[in-house]
Ligand binder design. Structure first.
Ligand code: NI
Length: 135
């Protein structure tokens, strides 16, 4: 409950003010740990630094949008892969298996409903990240 209150307070502060993606990304030191920078309409905008290969998973109820801010990433599906450069985006539909990867560190924006688990249907000791961590 305390964590929820803190999120709400911070989300209020993001209304009618501005924020810098470069400055926000500069604060992130870990890979694969999403940080919430805005909340609106039940959705969250999360910033994540990718490096390496993320586990295969799907999301039962959530579509996910990935937008690359800096670097390059790949979204791999079972039968195809999509390479995204900075400024490019792709939506992964709910129920579709996917994994993300980046050879060199990439900075990525993720748009999805609040409380979406980053590893979807999978719980992975190394990769499943806590939800609602605000930046
Ligand atoms: Ni996913």
């Amino acid at each position: 409950m305390t964590a929820l209150r803190r999120q709400v307070a911070i989300s209020v502060q993001t209304f009618m003010t501005k924020a810098s993606l470069s400055e926000k990304f500069a604060l992130i030191e870990e890979h694969w740990r999403p940080k919430v920078v805005a909340q609106l309409n039940g959705q969250e905008l999360k910033l994540v630094k990718f490096k390496g290969v993320f586990p295969w998973h799907h999301h039962e109820k959530e579509d996910e949008l990935f937008l690359v801010w800096r670097g390059q990433m790949i979204i791999e599906f079972r039968e195809q892969r999509v390479t995204l450069q900075a400024g490019e985006f792709c939506v992964v539909p709910r129920g579709v298996e996917h994994r993300t990867m980046a050879e060199a560190e990439a900075e990525v924006l993720v748009f999805e409903p609040a409380q979406t688990r980053n590893t979807g249907n999978v719980v992975d000791e190394a990769f499943t990240a806590p939800n609602g961590v605000v930046l």
